[in-house]
Design a protein around this ligand. Structure first.
Ligand code: ZN
Length: 144
């Protein structure tokens, strides 16, 4: 199934994921599309968590962010920027980490290492030609 990473234009993508909130919402939708299960105790009932789009287990009270278990967990810069890098990887756009760093106002090393993390994840899943955008999108958005 094609999602926004593989099916919309760069301009539309940047508009759709312009805020932290819109990125978290999308991560939550994707991550829990088969239903919610608490990662700590396995309970399946939740209530709204403290952060935007996090879910809180009604049994053990564990509050889980939409980022946990995704490629975006531990990301120390704003999600719209991380999403943009994921978009670049998914669409195999030729853009150097220098250009990326200027566009996103991040350190070049930050851009390079996040892009590398995504590419390594994609490559570890076997041989995927770069035109298989939907497959790359699925890998980037999977929950580990
Ligand atoms: Zn729990």
């Amino acid at each position: 199934m094609a999602g926004p990473f593989s099916s919309i234009t760069e301009k539309d993508f940047e508009q759709r994921f312009a805020s932290e909130e819109s990125c978290l919402q999308y991560l939550a939708e994707t991550k829990w599309q088969q239903g919610y299960t608490c990662r700590r105790c396995g309970h399946t009932n939740y209530c709204t968590g403290k952060q935007a789009h996090s879910r809180r287990c009604t049994k053990c009270k564990h509050d889980e962010s939409a980022k946990v278990g995704t490629m975006f967990e531990g990301c120390r810069f704003p999600l719209p920027k991380a999403f943009y890098i994921a978009y670049i990887v998914c669409n195999a756009k030729e853009i150097s980490s220098h250009e990326l760093s200027q566009k996103l106002e991040l350190r070049q090393m930050t851009c390079w290492s996040f892009k590398k993390k995504l590419l390594e994840c994609v490559q570890s899943q076997g041989d995927i030609s770069t035109d298989k955008k939907i497959e790359i999108e699925r890998i980037i958005l999977q929950t580990l």
